[in-house]
Design a protein around this ligand. Sequence first.
Ligand code: ADP
Ligand code: MG
Length: 697
Amino acid sequence: MNPMRSLSDISIQFVKGVGPARKKIFQRLGIESVEDLLYFFPRRYEDRRDLVPISRLKVGEFQTVTGKILGSASRRSWYTKKHVLEVVLEDDGGHLVCTWFNQPYLMNYFKEGRHAVCYGKVDMYKDRLQMISPEWEIIEEKEDAQLNLGRIVPVYPLTRGVTQRFLRKTIHACLERYQNQLIDELPVPLRNKYKLYNIKRGIRQAHFPDSFPDQENAMKRISFEEFYFFQIAVLARRLSITRKPGFAHTMADAEVLKFIDGFPFALTRAQTRVIGEIRQDMAKDTPMLRLLQGDVGSGKTLVAIFGCVTAARNGFQSCVMAPTEILARQHYENISRMIEQGHLADLRAALLTGAVTGKEKEKLCARIRSGEVDLVIGTHALMGGEAAFRNLSFIVVDEQHKFGVRQRALLAEKGHNPDILIMTATPIPRTLCITLYGDMDLSVLDELPPGRGEVKTRLYPEDRAEEVYALAREQLKKGRQVYVVYPIIEESEKLDLKAARTMFNHFKKETFKDFRVGLVHGQLKAKEGQEIMDQFKNGKIDLLVATTVLEVGIDVPAAGVMVIEHAERFGLAQLHQLRGRIGRGKEDGLCLLIGEAETDDSQQRLKAFVSTTDGFKIAQRDLEIRGPGRYFGRHQHGLNELKVANPFTQLDILELARQEATALTGADSKLEKEQNRRVGEIIRRRYPSYLTDVAAG
Ligand code: ADP
Ligand code: MG
């Protein structure tokens, strides 16, 4: 084998103990190569250097114990009908009862005489020490004991078909075999300056640390590297855009005032401020690249229109790109209404989506080419070859996270270095924003227009679903419209979940038979989905059953109630987007969650969600809960995402890395200098879409 072959090219199946059969299991964890496996880090560690004897366990604390299995017994609980397994562990000084519910197969593992390790919260019940549903491992062989006892032990994220023991053994074997082939990409002067471990020591200590400080240093080293290269990519990108010649748009004070005064309502202070920021940017003769963050309903559209008007007053065209057909149309309707409201009749807007075809499309494209249209609103169709502009100078991209850097660049090519405004309703805390989108300037709409209703949120357990339906019925009788959201569309054998289609049928025939019930989901054709949304909007449907297609930007002000079933299955950001669909009118909204937290994480998520409607607080909490080490694999999902490093918990490391990256790109933005060539190669490999402009190596 070629010793220089990169570890990312060696398939996981060549690692001892894996083989073709188990390869699939690793793929489920996002692990394809030896490199992926070495970068698959523990989600936490357990200190098993000195295990606590059972007699010294502290009630109320999370602790790890080991002991011999004295016996086990299973029964059915007489009132919940659940299967209960009780296992008694014994060590020299005491007994501990471990209890699991509804996992009868566990009986096969807890055989008398074996040794087990359990980790969980210690309880006292009727004078007995116990743990409910602890994490567990059976220790069998001597070799097992070396990796699983008497040391700080890594605990990995798991998937079906693998155990902690197996992962530890496999990763250990992988380290033994391949660690000498790890290539240290971080420049030596930086490593020396910050006293960072070399990569081999870093990776090793991240998996099997000798001490907790060693583990911390290891993660610091690995995160520093990730931050450093990613920041170089981001900064180089920023420089490559902002150093080009662009359009200088001017707008006299009087014209800005006229724009602001044209609307029948007062702009929020935030809107006025952001308009000022955009005006300044657009006046410069270099391209603008600005991220506009604003919670749902904060009035981003108006701000975007200001940019379009500015372009038009200077004789240029603009466009707004939305991620879906429905959203593009909605934007078009909103913008058309605002054009009317703001007395901007001379701004000629058109809609171009995949639904516009044939003659109609030809005609529209001809008008765009000749400059008879000032503002084109559309979907991906805007990026197509036929959509050529006469002089495009301002671009709005809605919902940043739905588009990649690549697509953004493609659209930008339709003009000569146009100004770009990217809008997102997903609030991103500032530190993360600088890390992920440091190539853009940031504007924030942190204020909602006055006079909006409040949204109340309540959580109900599964067995009170009927109560929730009754509440929904009450609201329907008052003439309010209701959404009911499900995580899945069809029922499946694997997941024991209520599905949108089943419940739609059930509601139609039973629960809500005296109301008009509709169903919308992502598998519908754009046109069908649009029809149903229109019917709901026009009040022809009272209750709309939906999947998460609702998540982005659907706007029906009269819908005041939302029921979300299996709420624990949704991410916090997703829940927030969903809830943003209600309380858009003057009346208060009601958000009823049905669900039961299955894990600590989901419990914290639901708690956070019920306690606040502030999008920024929710985003912050979301990131705290998810934390580091949850990122599977490396360099493979979204490229603009960090896999290991966490900008919240490692802010100090981020700042150092960013400082170094700024120094390097400031002196050599295209990474052309001899001493930066290697860095350039690394960036091109890791973050290819960021470096459209950097000289090829
Ligand atoms: P976003 O896109 O940020 O979710 P929109 O731009 O769609 O929000 O605005 C939501 C609604 O608020 C629209 O109906 C818009 O006309 C209205 N609106 C925008 N700015 C104001 C304001 N300053 N005062 C009152 N209503 C506003
Ligand atoms: Mg919007």
